[in-house]
Design a protein around this ligand. Structure first.
Ligand code: ADP
Length: 327
């Protein structure tokens, strides 16, 4: 096992609150262990262009509370080609980087796996995405913060819904994953939750809304994950209104505000643990992997397993609980 002298760290793909806290943790854990750190700007794009900076402990002062990523992020088609990855490798070798920490989602991990297999560079991946849709961890960075943002919005929408007897359709992020919709729906007390993973026919939704009305509910909120199969939140609202027009119907799309904001305490602690764990795994000589939290334990999962396993992350019991809460 050769000693690691310099680690490169980058953020790539979709940004998420908590990425800065993870960068800070990687930098400080490395420096604590006498390892130097290179910050790579704009993910694989910066790796191909050699857009690097030296990171010292003070470079990451007061970033733990900031959303976004100080290293910026990018989508880089060139990295999908062997020529692009060769350029990236030459730059990281030239900079004396022995190992990498990648913070991002499954696209970022796929790029990391290719680089690691083709050039024998160890890469420790930190799952950063608000969608909570990555295998190998119970929670991804940013998920908790995004949920808190969504329920703050739902609470406000509920005030106006209750005052005007309105039916609100609130679209939240989640193209393939209903994790935000389900968690925010339960914690925001929504009357119905439409998930990408589960078909809910409009008939079924109308039946739920009629039941809610019969139970004298003063406000009605339907959470719609953006990837729900009913064809978008406006379409859902229109189809419901055609057949159930008791309420004044409104649509609210929360959009990219779910990606930003100061990370929650949970995400800051998770990011700090993940950064610390990732650097220590590299020091131990663990082959390329993703880090994660399972229960209370930090774990690694090989990239091979993390990228090819199919695991339903949605908690079926929570779906049932959401229904029960509408009694
Ligand atoms: P995320 O990491 O959030 O899933 P993307 O899917 O956009 O975001 O991936 C981030 C970057 O990772 C891409 O822009 C690309 O540079 C790299 N990447 C994604 N998929 C591949 C792939 N199949 N081969 C090589 N690089 C990839």
């Amino acid at each position: 096992m050769s000693k690691i002298r310099r680690i490169g760290v980058y953020t790539s793909g979709g940004d998420a609150p908590g990425m800065n806290a993870a960068i800070r943790s990687v930098v400080r854990t490395a420096i604590y262990n006498d390892i130097k750190v290179t910050g790579i700007f704009r993910g694989y794009e910066g790796m191909i262009e050699g857009d690097f900076t030296e990171l010292v402990s003070r470079s990451v002062s007061s970033i733990i509370q900031q959303g976004g990523t100080i290293l910026k992020s990018a989508r880089c088609p060139e990295f999908r080609t062997p020529e692009g990855r060769k350029k990236a490798y030459e730059n990281i070798r030239y900079a004396g980087i022995d190992a990498l920490v990648a913070i991002g989602g499954d696209g970022t991990f796929t790029g990391a796996e290719l680089l690691s297999n083709e050039y024998d560079v160890p890469v420790m991946c930190i799952p950063g995405t608000i969608d909570n849709d990555l295998y190998g961890t119970d929670y991804t960075l940013g998920f908790d913060t995004a949920n808190n943002t969504v329920i703050e919005a739902i609470d406000k929408i509920k005030d106006t819904a209750a005052s005007h007897n309105r039916l609100f359709f609130v679209e939240v992020m989640g193209r393939d994953s209903g994790c935000i919709a389900l968690n925010a729906g339960v914690s925001g007390g929504a009357e119905a939750i439409l998930l990408p993973e589960k078909e809910t026919a409009i008939d079924e939704l109308i039946a739920m809304l009629k039941t809610a009305k019969a139970r004298n509910k003063t406000s009605t909120i339907v959470i719609v994950a953006e990837g729900n199969k009913n064809g978008g939140v406006y379409n859902v609202a229109k189809r419901v209104k055609e057949r159930f027009d008791f309420y004044d119907t409104k649509v609210s799309i929360l959009g990219h505000l779910q990606r930003g904001g100061s990370p929650s305490s949970f995400d800051r602690v998770l990011a700090t643990r993940m950064g610390y764990f990732a650097v220590n795994e590299l020091i131990k000589g663990t082959p390329s992997a993703t880090v994660g939290v399972r229960g209370t334990q930090m774990v690694t999962t090989s990239l091979e397993e993390a990228l090819r396993s199919k695991e339903l992350k949605l908690d079926e019991e929570l779906i049932t609980i959401a229904e029960v809460m509408n009694v």
